[in-house]
Design a protein around this ligand. Structure first.
Ligand code: S3P
Length: 430
């Protein structure tokens, strides 16, 4: 039995337990930062350069979208150059594929542009809630139409002069905050987003770094009409990708993995906190500028409670943390995790289904995912349901299971981490 094999069309991955994970990796550039770098560079008046951009399909969709809106995007080896300019009406509908971040953030920019932009995606994106962005953008003065009264994409946005609003998103969402702040760059007066629970701060961090008029204080972020200055950015590694290897290293006996240059900042470091509380042998070494080196070694884990207030800080890491929880000693609760139903797939159901397929015991009680620990995982069949994080989380589960795990829908991994199998081969010892 080969430890990892991929079907000819790349859509079925078979994985089984093998040697430890050892060595050093640099995970792909952060997806959230990559989207925002492309969008802000498109708005800047001049040439920006981005190195370490995520190579995933989601970010490629944003690059294509800003191109359709008139920015010039060119790859030159490791660097992507973007020439920002006055945006223009795209020649046709923009297809964001599987990328919820692209459609939401782009809708904020479309709302500020004096033309009509049509934004749609694949079946998953077109199922996801869009009222959370349509509502504030309408209040700012944009016309937002769409399926089911604008609750779903495709969206048809006619923008123009906007007015600033004060917005308190009903769900804790970095995407909604980002969307409203980007629209605020085109609005008269101040646009303020006030957050019930702080979410990832990339939009405000990058607006501030790139010269837009932004103010952060007391749980509020405020912007005024302004244009980012052209910039050069080196995108740090994606903590959501790092989490797979940290859990893999914790679970596979004898492992010792180092990850270089991983972003660490507000709204993105909850997984490290949870792994610490679970007792993982994890070292976090700050290397400056919101970047860390991470080292994780194999060791026993214990179950923990993750509270609703923590969930926005680790929303994308719950699938792989749930795999860790299945092996940990004692139960783990992920409370207030209902937002997982609205991701690339219904992640509450698909995490539950995957855990059960690998022989773990778990339940969903309302919005809480309960994972009973202590399972010796056994190989099983997983349907990734078109969801990259489900595919990768259960690949990590498969590394710690007895027997073969077969994951269908593996191609979805290209959304965020096209080189995942190569990185696995790089750090897996015979
Ligand atoms: C993202 C925010 C999160 C996250 C998504 C990326 C972003 O979504 O799940 O993968 O870049 O702002 P929500 O903040 O809407 O939960």
């Amino acid at each position: 039995m080969r430890p990892v094999s991929l079907s000819g069309d790349g859509d079925v991955l078979a994985v089984s337990a093998g040697g430890p994970l050892q060595g050093e990796l640099r995970v792909p550039g952060d997806k959230s930062i990559s989207h925002r770098a492309l969008l802000l560079a498109a708005l800047a008046d001049g040439d920006s350069s981005i190195s370490g951009l995520s190579g995933g399909a989601d970010v490629a969709a944003t690059a294509a979208a800003v191109g359709a809106l008139g920015a010039v995007v060119e790859s030159a080896g490791e660097v992507v150059r973007v020439r920002g300019r006055e945006l223009r009406e795209p020649p046709g509908p923009i297809d964001v594929g599987n990328s919820g971040t692209s459609i939401r953030l782009l809708s904020g920019i479309a709302a500020g542009c004096p033309f009509t932009t049509v934004l749609g995606g694949d079946a998953s994106v077109n199922r996801r809630p869009m009222d959370r962005v349509a509502e504030p953008l309408r209040l700012m003065g944009a016309e937002v139409r769409g399926v089911d009264g604008g609750r779903r994409a495709p969206l048809r946005i006619t923008g123009g002069r906007l007015r600033g609003i004060r917005w308190r998103p009903p769900v804790a969402s970095g995407q909604v905050k980002g969307t409203v702040l980007l629209a605020g760059l085109f609005a008269d007066g101040e646009t303020v987003v006030s957050e019930p629970i702080p979410t990832r701060a990339h939009t405000e961090e990058m607006l501030e770094a790139f010269g837009a008029d932004v103010r952060v204080a007391g749980g509020e972020v405020a912007v005024r009409a302004s244009r980012p200055s052209p910039f050069d950015i080196a995108v740090p590694g994606d903590p959501s990708a790092a989490a797979f290897w940290m859990v893999g290293a914790a679970l596979v006996p004898g492992s010792d993995v180092t990850l270089h240059d991983v972003y660490q900042g507000q709204g993105r470091d909850g997984y490290l906190d949870v792994l610490h509380r679970m007792g993982a042998d994890l070292t976090v070494q700050p290397t400056g500028d919101r970047r860390v080196r991470l080292v994780c070694r194999a060791g026993p884990l214990r179950g923990v409670t993750v509270t609703a207030g923590e969930v926005p800080d680790l929303i994308d890491e719950i699938p792989v943390l749930a795999v860790a929880a299945a092996v940990a000693d004692g139960p783990t609760r992920f409370e207030g995790a209902g937002e997982l139903r609205h991701k690339e797939s219904d992640r509450l159901q698909n995490v539950l289904g995957g855990l059960v397929a690998l022989g773990a015991r778990a339940e969903v009680e309302g919005d809480t995912l309960v994972v009973h620990g202590g399972a010796g995982l056994r190989g099983g069949r997983i349907d990734a349901a078109g969801d990259h994080r489900i595919a990768m989380a259960f690949c990590i589960g498969g590394l710690a299971a007895i027997g073969e795990t077969v994951i269908s829908g593996w191609r979805s991994v290209a959304t965020s981490y096209p080189g995942f199998v190569e990185d696995l081969a790089r750090c897996r010892r015979a």
